[in-house]
Design a protein around this ligand. Structure first.
Ligand SMILES: Cc1cc2nc3c(=O)[nH]c(=O)nc-3n(C[C@H](O)[C@H](O)[C@H](O)COP(=O)(O)OP(=O)(O)OC[C@H]3O[C@@H](n4cnc5c(N)ncnc54)[C@H](O)[C@@H]3O)c2cc1C
Length: 401
């Protein structure tokens, strides 16, 4: 018979294997020693840290979900959640750039490419020599993504792409320098295909920079312009017109890792507010003794813990080659995004005036936390998707492991 007591005491949802535990330890050391010292400056000055991006390559973080045979670390969605959570404890902006590279480009490319494409592209993106991103959103197609109008027309050995993609994370290193490689969605006729578009391809250019963002300021956001852009047929991913499923599948891991970013931000905010409430005195006692401060801390902790368990449980069930977690990929982002914003808000309140200045970090977390309610799908889109999925299959409500 199963020894239930032992199962319960030894199972760690957040680090289920020794490999996950070691990964967390390694990333946490990296974050404390190399990410944290640069975070305030790069966010204040709104610049991307290319050297840090390359360090992620050296540490094997860019290929988390790529098999070891193909040069990656051969890990799973839960490992990816660990990395995003730990990076976001310090620099959610850099974590967003990491997500755009490793999830929106690398993971999506890897699961939809052929051997020749993998051999040609993977080494540069896994090492961090190249900066990658993904172009889905357009001026007239955000939430309504299937309304995209970027077109691809076959012309012998090439496709000619025409259109504009906006809000593209990692679109450029800076206003002068285009990123290196992008997974671009475009319609061939009525159907969506995806293409690997590389810097230097004729007709491919950097458009406007979305500067002065509310948060996520150490990630660069650009418009990409495709004007008769010549993309070799060899750079099409999968069969022509087959990429709607690629897009939907990658949105699942994107949403779960964005939710993990909210966890990292909340973790930091909780640490700061608990420490502050112990140190700061008002009316002759540490402020943690005041009931209203306890309300902020206790609710922040409980909301964070509930969201964390949901995110990790969903990540552990995900299979990257399937679309098997759509309802919960939307669900975790819906819950974690609101939690992250609310915990950061509580942290500012607990710190009073000090919560409002950069030195205590929580104001940056508060600004960064808002993005999770928009990027990778808005809260409203998640609500619609969840309701639609549950109305089709209510067994999600009672489903076990
Ligand atoms: C910092 C940042 C980085 C980004 N990075 C990338 C990237 O790397 N690649 C990429 O492709 N995109 C990226 N995006 C784009 C992001 O995915 C979109 O902003 C998002 O999907 C929302 O689209 P939209 O901005 O066009 O808003 P809209 O779709 O115009 O929505 C505006 C409002 O209307 C609501 N709404 C729309 N339709 C409905 C409906 N049917 N029912 C109810 N409400 C509705 C929305 O929820 C929202 O509240 C990024 C965005 C930001 C801000």
């Amino acid at each position: 018979m199963l020894d239930a007591t032992q199962e319960l005491t030894t199972f760690d949802l957040f680090n289920p294997t020794e490999e996950h535990r070691m990964l967390r330890e390694m990333v946490r050391d990296f974050v404390r020693s190399e990410v944290e010292p640069q975070a305030e400056e790069y966010n204040r000055e709104e610049k991307f840290n290319t050297a840090l991006h390359r360090r992620c390559g050296e540490l094997g973080l860019h290929g988390c979900t790529v098999s070891e045979d193909d040069g990656g670390s051969g890990m799973d969605p839960l490992a990816s959640v660990i990395i995003h959570e730990e990076l976001s404890w310090s620099d959610p902006g850099f974590a967003l750039a990491y997500l755009a590279h490793s999830i929106l480009f690398v993971n999506n490319f890897y699961f939809n490419s052929n051997d020749e494409q993998r051999a040609r592209i993977l080494p540069q993106v896994l090492s961090g020599e190249w900066l990658g991103g993904m172009g889905m959103t357009e001026p007239g197609a955000g939430t309504d993504v299937l309304a995209m109008t970027t077109s691809a027309v076959r012309d012998g050995d090439i496709y000619r792409l025409n259109g504009r993609k906006i809000w593209i994370t990692n679109g450029g290193y800076d206003s002068e320098t285009l990123g290196d490689v992008f997974l671009i969605y475009a319609k061939v006729g009525e159907k969506i295909s995806s293409f690997v578009v590389e810097k230097g391809m004729p007709g491919f250019a950097l458009g406007q920079k979305f500067a002065d963002k509310l948060g996520m300021r150490s990630s660069m956001t650009f418009e990409l312009v495709l004007e008769n852009c010549e993309v070799p047929v060899a750079n099409r991913l999968g069969e022509e017109g087959d990429s709607k499923i690629h897009m939907m599948r990658n949105l699942e891991i994107e949403r779960v890792t964005l939710a993990a970013m909210s966890l990292g931000m909340a973790m930091r905010c909780l640490e700061v507010m608990v420490d502050y409430a112990n140190q700061r005195e008002a009316f002759g006692v540490p402020i943690r003794q005041h009931g209203q401060i306890q309300h902020y801390i206790a609710n922040a902790y409980a909301q964070y813990k509930a969201a964390r368990i949901y995110v990790y449980d969903t990540a552990r069930r995900m299979r990257l080659t399937e679309t098997n977690q759509r309802v919960d990929a939307d669900g975790v982002k819906l819950v974690a995004a609101a939690m992250g914003k609310s915990v950061a808000d509580a942290a500012i309140q607990v710190l009073g005036g000090n919560g409002y200045i950069a030195e205590y970090v929580v104001e940056r977390m508060w600004r960064d936390a808002k993005l999770i309610e928009i990027g990778g799908g808005t809260l409203e889109a998640h609500e619609k998707n969840i309701t639609k999925d549950l109305s089709r299959d209510a067994s999600w409500i009672t489903r076990g492991a």
